[in-house]
Design a binder for this molecule. Structure first.
Ligand code: ADP
Length: 334
């Protein structure tokens, strides 16, 4: 193998730049040429390529976002689109591709390999941390710290005004980010999609804490929280975020003045933490090792602080389970 490509795809995550840097520098160290592909799979199809040398990845390890840009590409979902992509890669002499992204991007990588023979290795990067075969994905630690920081700030104002705050965190249909940030940030209640809850319990806790002298309460809600089985006394507007309904309900039932904060995209931004930079550096370099070893259709992950390689389909298909022990602990500690 003489030349490889690297791209970032799907939702951006802090630490993607550090991963690209690791891919480039490790590949150059091994005597490979590296091509950066702009805007994910769209850039593959359009041949939006740039040659990357050591200095082109200088000064990016500390930056959030991705300098290669990311995109969602509908055309790549079609067989025809992937055929065009493979043609462009072959014309450029790219034999292997490192795909830094989430499970959608990995599905694309898997199909590209199976249909065209282009070798692909996935590097897990998503703040949601919902990818199996790795303890953590790149960006998760930074986003968790951003949420903890927000909880800390909101707690100051919540206690000054004796208010309840409902804060909504990202994570799509998974609760990993919310659970970790809720426990580490000391949220009084944590509501995640994987675990059923009752509004009665949430409100009783707020009431009970107040009677015990606690003058504020923070309820951290995952954006994908399941509301289907929860009984509400107030009406639900189908377009509103779950946090607004939960906030209104708390206000109705407890009389506590309630405020809602949707953290939104600030959770995707910011300089990656040391932990994310370390993870990105190790996984980016390992992806190059895999290509050099002739491997394809794999994902590199970190399990118990050791780099592990898994079939990419295992990463896509396995359901990563929320740690219920951590959830129970959060309930005990808050
Ligand atoms: P993420 O990688 O963060 O999960 P997406 O699910 O948006 O993000 O996927 C990113 C891109 O990967 C999509 O825009 C598309 O180009 C490609 N992709 C996603 N799912 C598939 C699929 N089932 N088949 C082929 N390509 C896919």
């Amino acid at each position: 193998m003489n030349k490889i490509g690297v791209l970032t795809s799907g939702g951006d995550a802090p630490g993607m730049n550090a991963a690209v840097r690791a891919v480039v520098r490790k590949a150059l160290h091994e005597g490979l040429e590296v091509v950066g592909i702009k805007r994910g799979y769209s850039g593959v199809i359009e041949g939006d390529f740039i040659t990357l040398d050591r200095s082109s990845v200088s000064d990016i390890i500390q930056r959030g976002g991705t300098f290669l840009r990311s995109a969602r590409c509908e055309e790549f979902r079609t067989k025809e689109g992937r055929k065009r992509a493979a043609k462009k890669l072959r014309e450029e002499g790219i034999e292997g591709l490192v795909v830094i992204g989430g499970d959608g991007s990995f599905t694309g990588a898997k199909l590209l390999n199976e249909e065209t023979g282009i070798k692909t290795i996935g590097v897990p990067a998503t703040i949601d941390n919902d990818i199996a075969c790795t303890d953590d994905s790149i960006g998760y630690d930074t986003a968790m710290n951003t949420i903890i920081d927000a909880i800390t700030k909101i707690r100051d104002t919540a206690s000054s005004h004796e208010r309840a705050f409902v804060i909504e965190a990202m994570g799509r249909h998974a609760g990993f980010l919310t659970l970790a940030a809720g426990l580490a940030g000391g949220a009084e209640s944590i509501l995640v999609p994987e675990i059923d809850f009752e509004m009665d319990e949430v409100c009783e806790k707020i009431q009970h804490d107040y009677e015990e002298g606690k003058i504020h309460s923070i309820v951290l809600v995952a954006e994908g929280v399941e509301l289907g089985n929860v009984e509400f006394e107030t009406n639900r507007n189908p377009d509103e975020s779950p946090a607004f309904l939960i906030g209104r309900e708390i206000n109705e039932r407890t009389g506590f003045e309630t405020r809602v904060t949707i953290l939104g995209h600030i959770q995707r931004g910011g300089a990656p933490t040391g932990r994310d930079r370390l993870l990105a550096s190790r996984l980016g370099a390992s992806a190059v090792d895999q290509l050099l070893a002739g491997k394809s259709n794999k994902m590199v992950g970190l399990i118990h602080n050791t780099v592990k390689v898994a079939p990419i389909e295992e990463a896509i298909e396995s359901n990563k389970e929320l740690n219920e022990e951590v959830y129970k602990l959060a309930n005990i500690l808050t």
